[in-house]
Write a protein that binds this ligand. Structure first.
Ligand code: FES
Length: 370
């Protein structure tokens, strides 16, 4: 496994910016994640930055960290962990990742690396004289059944010999990489045996009953929709479907009754309705101050939740810090959070932020807010 560090300063550009198309894509991608979970977009954004510039620069890491409100070190950790991310300039036409893990090694990966050394550069991550090719050794890429193999871009090239890899490298260097079919480079279909199936090669003879049954099924079964004809569900429909219990209503009722009847087992708690705005436990609101606190510094509060809190007259850390249990439960129910306010300990976070801002938060929690 190679050491993964950022490239030397001499290679690092001063700044990074997504181009217009990628910036629009990045905004949409970030919005796919639930409130407060935008950091989950870190891997897709890093990959898009790499696709744009060829490798992940320090400036790109910092830009993405700022976009996702993450500490630089957290994004650096992700970029340095996954070998899919290149941390220095690589060949402009191909960067060849040679699997050197045991199955590939036993099937000849050392020969593949020798080809890379002789055709590209003796050292991994160094580019050839024209800057078009580079290579590295990586750990298992999950195609061991067709070892040895390499990955170039998003495709794998399997069942390689040194000669075949040499041809592939030449083709990429000539700018014709797209003409090569990825996958096995021998007479093998996906991961089937070389030369075709060796077992289950004949269909089992059908008995009279089975043949009749198959005939009936063929006549009565509706034709399976093609992928093109399949109705596409929207995100909203998918979300609604996910929220729908899998158990049929009758069966669900039966199960609930069975649970109720078990001694010592509490009956399922029915879903609670949204608490009333007139409820006595609703926390007291205030008029919007000239400089409201940035409630998004509380882990679990995103821009949308902050907007809802503002509608309730909640603008300061001090207000949140003063919530009693009943008030927390009211807000939790209003936001349909199912206990998240206490799990994320908003009150403790708000107390620290009210007392001494980010510095106090770091003192209490050992990390920056959010
Ligand atoms: S060992 Fe090479 S792909 Fe798994």
């Amino acid at each position: 496994m190679s050491v993964r560090r950022l490239a030397e300063d001499q290679f690092q550009p001063a700044a990074f910016a997504f181009n217009d198309e990628n910036a629009t894509w990045a905004d949409k991608t970030i919005q796919k994640y639930p409130e407060g979970r935008q950091q989950s977009a870190v891997i897709p954004l890093l990959m898009r930055a790499q696709e744009q510039d060829g490798w992940v620069t320090r400036a790109a890491i910092e830009k993405i960290a700022n976009m996702l409100d993450m500490a630089y070190i957290r994004v650096l950790e992700v970029a340095t962990f996954y070998t899919q991310f290149q941390l220095g300039p690589v060949g402009t036409r191909a960067h060849i990742q040679v699997c050197g893990t045991t199955p590939c090694m036993l099937r000849g990966s050392e020969g593949l690396m020798s080809v890379c050394k002789s055709k590209i550069h003796h050292h991994p991550f160094e580019r050839n004289a024209e800057g078009t090719l580079s290579w590295e050794e990586v750990e298992c890429l999950g195609a061991c059944v067709n070892a040895p193999m390499v990955m170039i871009g998003k495709d794998t090239y399997e069942d390689l010999t040194p000669e075949r890899l040499s041809e592939i490298i030449d083709t990429f260097d000539a700018g014709n990489g797209a003409s090569i079919t990825p996958g096995p480079q021998i007479d093998r279909h996906f991961s089937s045996p070389e030369g075709g199936p060796t077992s289950l090669t004949e269909e089992a003879p059908k008995t009279k009953t089975r043949a009749k049954k198959a005939e009936t099924e063929a006549v009565s079964a509706p034709a399976a929709p093609t992928e093109a004809a399949r109705p596409k569900s929207t995100d909203a429909e998918t979300n609604a479907a996910l929220k729908t219990p899998v158990t049929a209503p009758k069966a669900a009722a039966k199960n609930a009754k069975a649970v109720e009847e078990q001694p010592g087992v509490a009956a399922p708690v029915p879903a609670t309705a949204k608490p009333s705005l007139e409820d006595k436990n609703r926390p007291a609101g205030i008029d919007k101050p000239a400089t409201p606190d940035d409630l998004k510094l509380i882990s679990g509060v995103g821009p949308k939740i902050e907007g809802t809190l503002h509608e309730l007259g909640i603008f300061t850390f001090a207000q949140v810090a003063g919530w009693k249990k009943a008030e927390r439960e009211w807000v939790d129910g209003y936001l349909n959070f199912k206990g998240r306010i206490d799990r994320d300990d908003w009150v403790k976070q708000a107390k620290a932020l009210a007392k001494g801002g980010e510095a106090e938060y770091i003192k209490v929690f050992g990390k920056k807010p959010r």
